[in-house]
Design a protein around this ligand. Structure first.
Ligand SMILES: [Zn+2]
Ligand SMILES: [Zn+2]
Length: 161
């Protein structure tokens, strides 16, 4: 009977940011809107970063915030979160979430020829490599983006190799 009682944990990523040391800080909010408590919760993050946490119990609607601080391992990857937990009858549930946030902070493309560089103010010539800030849309020569390391308009860090 208790085997059919399956708590339903939900996860949400909030308030994330990357600094110049390639460290990502973010908050994962977990909640269990089901009336049955979830026990022995294991949170595992892989992909863009690597992180593990254990939470004894989550009961009720109120969100449980998990503060994650980790080195970015792969700026081009997404964040995969696997949550494993136990229901009241000891039954195990596994849930997976993917968060496709732009950790590297930019998009790389070829210029149209109409853009200007936010660092040196120069024209970005057609078909040359251009970096566009993922947050504010400012454009840079690739070399200028490498030199400045982060968007000088909005402060977003560019994780360029
Ligand atoms: Zn430039
Ligand atoms: Zn920006």
């Amino acid at each position: 009977m208790l085997d059919s009682l399956t708590p339903n944990i939900e996860a949400r990523v909030d308030n994330w940011g990357v600094d110049e040391t390639k460290t990502i800080k973010m908050e994962i909010a977990l909640k269990n809107p089901d009336k049955y408590g979830a026990k022995n919760i294991t949170l595992e993050i892989h992909g863009a970063l690597s992180y593990n946490a254990k939470i004894p119990e989550i009961v009720g609607e109120s969100e449980v915030p998990i503060q994650v601080v980790s080195e970015v391992r792969d700026p081009n990857s997404i964040i995969n979160i696997d949550i494993v937990y136990e229901g009241p009858g000891g039954n195990i549930t596994t849930k997976s979430y993917q968060f496709d946030i732009n950790i590297k902070g930019y998009e790389l493309s070829k210029a149209e020829g109409t853009e200007k560089c936010a660092l040196c103010r120069g024209k970005i010539f057609k078909d040359t490599d251009m970096v566009t800030c993922a947050k504010c849309g400012a454009t840079y020569h690739l070399q200028c983006a490498k030199r400045v390391g982060k968007c000088r308009i909005c402060g977003t860090v560019f994780l360029l190799e």
